[in-house]
Each structure stands twice: as structure tokens, then as C-alpha cells.
Design a binder for this molecule. Sequence first.
Ligand code: ADP
Ligand code: MG
Length: 244
Amino acid sequence: MSGPLLDVAAVGKRFGGFVALSDITLAVPRGERLGLIGPNGSGKSTLVNCICGTLRNDAGSVTFNGHRLDGLPAHRRTRLGLARSFQLPRPFHTMTLAENVQVPILYAARSRGHRGPGSGLRDGAEALLDMVGLGGKAHQRPADLTQIEMRKLELAKAMASDPQMLIADEVMAGLSHREVDEILAMLLKLNESGITFIMIEHIMRAVLAFSQRLVVLVAGRKIADGPPHEVIRDDDVVAAYLGR
Ligand code: ADP
Ligand code: MG
């Protein structure tokens, strides 16, 4: 299909009298790696929530792969190929890692009207855990995982719906330099396999290494959009980050 994979047009969101997002317009072409940055509270997660259907935008429209998303619940958006990983991982603690990944595989199969992947379920979960380097831990539980392994489990779960776009909301926070590189390599490989990305990240080194384009939100408004190394030198962007 021609046109951008994701098209956000004049989206606005209020919480009571507080304007969290104002007139956000953003098109993401298929295959792009887009970085989304901004100070804390600038509306990044709210925008992701409006795109993914966790929140309803109260102005503008969101179109994904040619489908108007406005009014669709989150699971219908997942079915259309939109996935996100949450800032705070929420695994099922009583289940093994394999079972944790089988849940979203089943869910995606059901929501696409299939009776379920049947015997392919185990293989599917195994492949996803292998992909994130957790293949050897399929029978362990989330409590046994380190922080980076928890992030990898989140990525495997997000990939379980076979998405076209993955929105990664601060998946690297708290990780070491080497661990950040490991996750970056994983995301780049997924991008090479065709996944379009929006990466929200405070670790500037990671954002600059990953992003082909950078969008900056400040106080719910888009103040910059362009090549990363130009955007971070933009006067408005520098002022927003330095609080001037
Ligand atoms: P970011 O992800 O950029 O740090 P958020 O999108 O989480 O910022 O938040 C943007 C602003 O909207 C913040 O001021 C936050 O307090 C406010 N906000 C976010 N979610 C809600 C909500 N459900 N109810 C009220 N205010 C909210
Ligand atoms: Mg956030």
C-alpha cells in the first residue's frame, strides 16, 4: 500500500483542563526508524497511548496501514499490525517464559479470527524466545530474570502479534552501556526484517545510533522533526532541554 504506514493528523488530547497533546501531525513511512524525544511530561507516552488505543484522542485522527483507528479498541489495532512495549514490564509472574509468550500469540491468532495456532504454539513461542536470546530459559519464570532479560521478554511478547510497527517506550532505561548496545542490535535486526519503529528513549546515545529521523515534543507540541543531528542542534530543542 502506498502512503505512510502511520499517519497522525492534528491529534489533540486533554486531561480535564490540561492540554497533554496539541495539534500533533506525524507521518511514519514503512520501514522507518523514528526517534521520539522530549522532556519528562512532554506527552510522549500519551501520544503512544492515543496511537495504540489505550487512550482516545479528542481531536484529529490516526490512520494505520490505510485504516482509520479512531474509536477502535487497542486489540483491534493490534490485529492491524500495531504493537508496543510498555515502559514498565508486566509479565505474568506465575507462568513460565514460554507461557508468557504463548498468551499474546494465542490472543493475536484469536483476534485475527483463527482458531489458534494449535501445535505451532510451542514452536512460535520458542522462536520468539530464541530471537531475543531467552531460548534457554523457556521454562523459568519472570522472577528468575535480570532486568535486561525482562526487557527481552517484553520484546518477545510485543513481537508475538507479528506486528508491522513496534513502538518501544523507554525499553533501555536503567540498562548498562553494553546492555543498551545489545538491545539496539536486536531492534536493528527487527528493523532489517521489515518492522517499522518508533523509539522513545532518554538515552541520547541510543536514540542517535538508532533513529533515521527525530521528532521532539515539548509541553504537548511538536517543536522539531528532521534529521537527528540537525534536530539536536536546533535552538528551540536545545532551549527546551536546558530549560531556557
Ligand atoms: P512523557 O511520556 O513525555 O513523560 P506523558 O505522556 O506520560 O509524558 O504525560 C504528559 C502529561 O500528561 C504529564 O503532565 C502527565 O502528568 C499528564 N498525564 C498523563 N496521563 C494522564 C492521565 N491519565 N490523567 C491526567 N494527566 C495525565
Ligand atoms: Mg513516558
